[in-house]
Design a binder for this molecule. Sequence first.
Ligand code: SF4
Length: 199
Amino acid sequence: MNMDIDNIKNYILYLKFLDEKLNNFFKAQSPYIFCHKGCGKCCKNALFPYSSVEVQYLMHGFGKLDVETQNIIQNNIKKAAQDKENSAENRYDCPFLINDICCVYEYRGIICRSFGLVTSTEGNSKVPFCAYEGLNYSNVVDTENNTISLEKFQKLNIKQEPLSYNIGYNFLTSEKVEKVFNFKFGEKKCLIDLLCDKK
Ligand code: SF4
């Protein structure tokens, strides 16, 4: 039995389960969602928490790309590692983003799949940063208080209210998930550090 293959197979089963849930959430929140192909804002200037199994699957997607694209990504990885070093907040652009499009979309990690909704962690709601840039929830955001404005929501006259979801990265990658789906996430670090470890 190959533990690595079984581990990744069960991770993929979890991704299917998660995708279905997230698709329903995004559908329910559609009046507030302005994600579109070619945006790429959430793929830049961030930390990107990832785990070993997520990177393994991401690199499986990388392996399916043509050599030219792989070379661009390899150079992007070097640049991202440098940018992270030079950034006070350890930020960098995701190396898999080329011309504002994700080259490994089908293989992307959990943070990439769940970003864009209002998240609720231990009772605190967090509006996605893109709300402040004219994107998701920008039609209902209260920019002064970093929350959802009841007044703006009521003015829109939309039946579906803006909701927050318990989809923080730590919750979606918890030990409970590992137990239920029978796999291990492995080491958790920011994406660029895991990519550099692999070299
Ligand atoms: S893996 Fe794809 S979706 Fe995730 S941050 Fe990178 S470019 Fe964006």
